[in-house]
Design a protein around this ligand. Structure first.
Ligand SMILES: Nc1ncnc2c1ncn2[C@@H]1O[C@H](COP(=O)(O)OP(=O)(O)OP(=O)(O)O)[C@@H](O)[C@H]1O
Ligand SMILES: [Zn+2]
Length: 822
């Protein structure tokens, strides 16, 4: 047989593809899209992805052999790779960067991956090779160590099988801290598989009365061998209203009659879903839907500009329904996990088990499972997922027949990944994905991003307007409160102007709810010595530390550094150290005495770290267990609550004054969005915007809620100053631990880039925060004409960076490239 070679992508940032030789025994089975284990460097092993196979021998080097084939069939489809290539070119990164972002951690084994037993091994049939691995894994280990211990008896496919069956788990860096919320469940032990065996066990318990009673109670509750028997029951439910306790259950567990096990609670919600009919559209929604469809007959992309609570989601649901009926798959992207909890409910109500949900808070096992169910759709339309609702990484799901892509709240900044590479915007990539797959793309927002709106205005996308709320209620009334005036008259109640305070009181007394928005989490933005002015700063970054009262610590929001609060100033020794400014945590504290009896909740990064925290907070507001919700921008994103009547924006100043060309766009979007949470179903809502600059032109636009004016005024400025959408922005960040190196490198790079007269080069300059995690950084901004293709731009930039890297002492500088920075 002739030799065969495979081009593979490794999860590394270096180059795009590497060539390995395919051993004879793998030749019949190997296909693009499968993963293989390859050796890279003297000792390291990785799961790599095959992109192509050929008999062309690589020139100039001896290709190593592939070690093992991991998958029986492809886990990534050829049509999925088009997006990878496009992204690598547009965002100036390597295919390896995309590989790392695209696959769930459970499909990304490498030598250094930490693995451990989950404890779910007692019921599974395992092969001899799998058993060998289990025997070695009594402690956390790495793939590398396992391989060393087992030598040639080690098998990657066996390890993968154990991962798939959740006997073994890979530790993830990001989510390992957030242990998913689980509950204890009880089922019959697998050895009690028949009714007869159950009877025998019951008889065997003659002397243990309480255990016997518990077993009988269990059998009755779950209808153990009857019709519609329920296999498992939560311990909580089992014990409800009884006097059984854990000791009884533990005994039965030990005797292998009942089996206790833990599982995430969210999974169970799934089986409780009832399916309901799709809502009929109102006449405005009907017209909008017809317009979308008419656009889709001519164009690939449509933008719905529909005010808050106009019912955009209902229109999406109708489109999804049609796509499903014609056998197509649908991707529904949302910017925030908080949103998935509400929308998944609405989708599951109508589409039931066809809907899968995918985001980074799911554990490894769940993510791989969902990945496989999307793949499965290709073979078995009834079993696989046809709709995926998820955050940005669901772009990479292995769709085989994508027909529709929806990007909800398309203006949202969180569609952009900042770090690490690929620094992509999922909204823009959704458009590329759609076009590549001949699927239609629908973007929707009450406050479209100015880029998308520009594309719609200039005819690149179709535009649909929807300007009536479903309930026919007017948009909330927006009142501007001049903080300077209120301060002068001493009419503040903590952070609330008198007007806001009164509105809140009235609302709460009527059983209505209030949302307060503050864009700072923590207790106080900083603490300060009132004697000498000293402010504690992070030792790794040049930012002040944020005070978190609950933990009594000062935290860095950039690197996570944390230290206790000192009682006296290290500079002057004064004990007069006080907090300055307001974060969400402090506001919560200060509101408690102002609204005695009111139930106050908070939604920010700190209160939503655990997996189910979002749904709990959202659910409590939905079921009116919360009167006041305080939150950061998380509360602004498309949440739908029936009884919120008042929204307060505690301080609009820092939104408006943020030094960024997008500040006005963002401030407008944020304030309209959070205002849009009020008065959605019953009566017109009220919004209070507190600011010390009431005369600012943007404030007037916000008061009138005039999107067109906000858009127009910004377009003029952006055209004049060559900003997007007229020019493409690229940010280069040069980093090094030594500021001199950063300066030298950045100056050299900027000088070289300036040789190209068709580029506008700004900087280098230190950004607002010029040191993060001990690394100094300097930025160079490029304004690039749309005439240049992304490929040309990538080559030009990368060549220039390479040239400067080769100069003396420069090789250890790192340069991040951020195309269309957020
Ligand atoms: N045709 C309809 N039939 C029944 N209920 C509807 C209909 N249209 C909208 N609603 C209800 O009105 C509320 C607002 O709709 P939805 O959440 O879809 O608005 P939206 O346009 O997505 O708003 P936002 O931009 O603020 O997220 C929801 O509770 C929804 O169930
Ligand atoms: Zn820091």
């Amino acid at each position: 047989m002739p030799k065969m070679f495979a081009q593979v992508i490794l999860p590394l940032s270096l180059h795009d593809a590497y060539t390995y030789e395919v051993p004879l025994n793998m030749q019949p089975a190997i296909q693009p899209g499968q993963r293989v284990v390859v050796q890279f460097g003297p000792k390291k092993f990785y799961a790599a992805l095959v992109v192509s196979v050929s008999d062309e021998k690589p020139e100039g080097f001896q290709a190593k052999e592939i070690v093992q084939l991991l998958d029986e069939s492809p886990v990534v489809l050829p049509q999925n790779l088009g997006l990878w290539r496009w992204m690598a070119s547009y965002y100036c990164c390597s295919l390896g960067d995309i590989f790392r972002a695209a696959l769930p951690p459970g499909l990304k084994l490498e030598s250094k991956s930490k693995i451990f037993l989950t404890g779910n091994d007692d019921e599974q049939q395992v092969s001899e090779k799998e058993q060998l691995i289990i025997n070695q894994l009594q402690d956390i280990s790495t793939v590398e160590i396992l391989q060393k211990k087992l030598g040639s008896r080690f098998s990657y496919p066996a390890l993968q099988k154990l991962l798939n069956n959740n006997v073994v788990q890979v530790e993830e860096k990001i989510s390992s801290k957030y242990k998913p919320k689980t509950e204890i469940f009880v089922k019959l032990h697998p050895e009690v598989g028949t009714e007869k065996q159950l009877h025998e066990k019951i008889t065997s318990l003659e002397r243990a009365k309480k255990q016997k009673a518990l077993l009988l109670h269990f059998s009755e509750k779950t209808n153990a061998f009857g019709e519609k028997s329920q296999k498992e029951i939560s311990k909580k439910e089992l014990f409800k209203g009884t006097d059984f306790n854990s000791a009884h259950l533990n005994e039965l567990h030990k005797k292998k009659i009942l089996k206790k096990f833990e599982q995430p609670v969210s999974r169970i919600l799934e089986s409780e879903q009832k399916q309901v009919d799709i809502n009929l559209l109102n006449k405005f929604q009907e017209i909008a839907l017809a317009e979308v469809k008419s656009i889709f007959s001519k164009k690939d992309v449509a933008l719905i500009h529909g005010i808050t609570a106009s019912g955009k989601t209902e229109i999406y649901i109708h489109l999804i329904d049609e796509a499903l009926k014609s056998g197509e798959q649908v991707l529904y992207l949302v910017p925030e996990i908080a949103l998935t909890t509400q929308i998944v409910q609405r989708l599951k109500n109508v589409f039931g088990p066809k809907v899968g949900i995918y985001h980074s808070r799911l554990n490894n096992q769940e993510r791989v499972e969902i990945w496989e169910k999307v793949l499965q759709f290709r073979q078995n339309r009834d079993k696989g997922y046809q709709v995926i609702l998820g955050a940005r990484s669901s772009l990479f799901m292995p769709f085989s027949n994508l027909g529709l892509v929806i990007v909800d709240e398309e203006h949202e900044n969180s569609f952009k990944q900042f770090d690490p590479a690929p620094r992509y915007n999922a909204r823009d990539m959704a458009v590329v994905l759609g076009i590549q797959n001949k699927a239609k793309v629908l973007l929707g927002s009450a406050t479209p991003s100015f880029e998308s709106y520009f594309n719609a205005k200039t005819g690149k996308y179709g535009l649909v307007n929807l300007d009536k709320r479903h309930s026919n209620i007017e948009l909330p009334e927006v009142m501007i409160i001049d903080l300077k005036r209120v301060w002068k008259r001493k009419q503040m109640h903590s952070v609330l102007s008198h007007e806001l305070f009164e509105l809140m009181n009235t609302a709460i007394s009527k059983g209505e709810q209030v949302i307060l928005f503050q864009n700072r989490r923590g207790y106080s933005p900083y603490v300060q010595c009132f004697n000498c002015g000293w402010i504690p700063k992070c030792q790794n970054c040049d930012v002040s530390l944020t005070y978190h009262k609950y933990k009594k610590r000062l935290n860095c929001h950039y690197c996570g550094f944390s230290q206790p609060v000192s009682n006296e100033c290290p500079e002057c020794g004064s004990p007069d150290i006080k907090t300055r400014g307001f974060g969400t945590e402090k506001i919560e504290d200060e509101l408690k005495p102002l609204f005695p009896g009111a139930r106050i909740d908070r939604m920010d990064l700190d209160t939503t770290r655990s997996k189910n925290a979002f749904s709990r907070i959202v659910h409590n507001l939905e079921s009116r267990k919360t009167d006041i919700l305080i939150g950061t921008q998380m509360v602004t994103k498309g949440l739908d609550f029936e009884h919120v009547s008042v929204v307060g924006i505690l301080n609009a100043d820092n939104l408006i004054n943020f030094p960024d060309f997008r500040a006005h766009e963002r401030a407008y979007q944020l304030i309209s969005q959070v205002s849009g949470r009020a008065g959605r179903k019953h009566n017109r809502g009220k919004v209070i915007v507190q600011t010390s600059q009431p005369e600012h032109p943007l404030i007037e636009i916000i008061r009138k809620q005039d999107y067109q004016e906000a858009f127009q005024s910004q377009m003029e400025e952006r055209k004049l100053f060559k900003y997007p959408p007229f020019y493409r922005l690229i940010k280069l960040v040069v980093k090094h631990k030594n500021p001199e190196n950063v300066n030298r490198f950045a100056n050299q790079l900027a000088t070289n880039l300036r040789h190209n007269s068709s580029l506008i080069v700004l900087g280098p300059e230190f950004p607002l925060v010029s040191r993060i995690q001990l690394w100094y950084q300097k930025e160079i901004w490029l304004k690039v004409s749309r005439k240049f293709s992304p490929g040309e731009v990538k080559n030009f930039i990368i060549n220039n960076i390479d040239t400067v890297k080769h100069l003396k002492d420069n090789s250890s500088c790192v340069v991040n490239i951020d195309v269309d920075p957020g």
